[in-house]
Design a protein around this ligand. Structure first.
Ligand code: AMP
Length: 395
């Protein structure tokens, strides 16, 4: 994919730029609990502002499903954005319509307009052409910087590109540079660590990555489907019996390709996943029938750490155990620390692995933490992302 970026634009002065950002931030009791998505969009906004352009910022928040819901208005986000941007800003009470048009045309003193929640209109998620045209009519240029939603073909992520010259923003560029760089021309050894609950949701990722990596480390509950497929008794561990065949196919494919799949050698088992029961460390060939595996054990951890020492590129998606419960978080947290300390280019994607890295306090030691859970997963599956595919080809 060689798409045009705002950096290819030479004349932004006096242009109105519609920027799709992902400000779908967590809000609790009227407080934004994590503003990293807002901060991640600032380089693009400042890039445009410093060159004399006007930003028309568009985002969704939550799932209002086509209704105007007062709690999902963007007032709080507007207040926060205002504190981070050093240019005159105005939040509008709608995202399309005459009043929005008029204010954007006439308020020449304003440099940043924040449109109201796009998903107050069903037309947004329906990728309605008329709605996309209305959004596009507000601006001269479209910039895609909402990596979190580029896997969706919505009016503001894909539809608008039919009506405006469309470019990627700096955040999208950063995401693509790391993710594409790793998949197309990685420094080797290239290792992927894939964990999480289910093989079924990560099957596409496992298949696609197996072709690219030198070593695939599998952890989390999905490891038990692989272990069962290999004939181990996994007790009460979360396991998808109907995916054992596919797990075996992947193991065989890895053998054919001379790739190394690393599965846990030992696990932390318990009879209570909340951490209140008996907890033991056992070898994977001795999982008691009444227990479930909830984390990787020390032998597995040592093997992963050894791999990470020689790695040059690492992509990590999905926790290696039930990291939300302290008793079962050691494997995930230790891998996060080892990855943070390793010399490898470290790329972390997927909501739960990002949460695990944050919990461990090593997020600033990672080279790249993806802002898009679903989008990152679809990218790693090798799928086309509509919000990227629609951008102008670089000439
Ligand atoms: P995913 O969304 O597929 O990445 O899965 C993340 C979830 O997998 C987290 O909530 C973890 O608690 C859960 N998980 C990881 N390892 C295990 C395990 N061994 N047993 C049950 N759940 C697990």
């Amino acid at each position: 994919m060689h798409k045009s970026s705002i950096e290819d634009l030479h004349d932004i002065k006096d242009k109105k730029v519609l920027i799709r950002v992902d400000f779908n931030v967590p809000i609790q009791d009227g407080i934004i609990t994590d503003d990293s998505r807002i901060k991640a969009a600032l380089p693009t906004l400042n890039y445009i502002l410093e060159r004399g352009g006007t930003c028309i910022v568009a985002t969704h928040l939550g799932r209002p499903k086509g209704q105007v819901i007062d709690e999902l208005r963007l007032n709080l986000i507007a207040k926060h954005l205002k504190s981070l941007i050093h240019y005159p800003m105005l939040k509008l009470n709608d995202c399309v319509g005459d009043s929005v048009q008029d204010q954007i045309q006439n308020r020449t003193d304003i440099k940043v307009f924040l449109l109201e929640n796009l998903r107050f209109y069903n037309e947004e998620t329906q990728n309605d052409t008329k709605f996309a045209k209305q959004l596009a009519s507000l601006a001269d240029i479209f910039v895609q910087d909402a990596f979190g939603v580029v896997h969706r073909a919505h009016a503001s992520t894909e539809g608008v590109s039919q009506f405006l010259p469309s470019f990627s923003g700096l955040l999208v560029n950063k995401e693509l540079n790391y993710l594409q760089g790793a998949l197309s021309d990685p420094k080797r050894p290239f290792i992927a660590i894939v964990g999480g609950a289910k093989v079924s949701t990560k099957l596409g990722v496992l298949k696609h990555l197996l072709d690219k990596v030198d070593e695939l480390i599998i952890g989390g509950a999905m490891a038990f489907t692989f272990l069962k497929a290999l004939g181990f008794n996994v007790g009460k561990s979360l396991c998808e019996d109907d995916k054992c065949d596919i797990a075996l196919e992947l193991i065989e494919k890895a053998n054919q390709l001379n790739k190394h799949i690393i599965l846990p050698k030992d696990v932390v088992v318990s009879d209570d996943f909340k951490g209140n029961g008996t907890i033991e460390i056992v070898s994977v060939d001795a999982i008691p029938a009444e227990m479930m595996g909830l984390d990787i054990g020390p032998v597995s951890l040592a093997e992963i750490k050894q791999s990470l020492e020689k790695a040059q590129t690492v992509i990590w998606n999905g926790p290696l155990g039930v990291f939300e419960v302290d008793a079962f978080s050691n494997g995930t947290c230790e891998v996060a620390r080892a990855l943070a300390d390793s010399a490898a280019i470290s790329i972390v994607g997927g909501g739960d692995s990002v949460a695990a890295v944050n919990k461990t306090g090593v997020s600033d030691k990672m080279d790249h933490i993806s802002t898009g859970g679903g989008a990152c997963l679809e990218f790693l599956e090798g799928k086309t992302l509509p919000g990227i595919a629609c951008l102008k080809e670089r000439v």
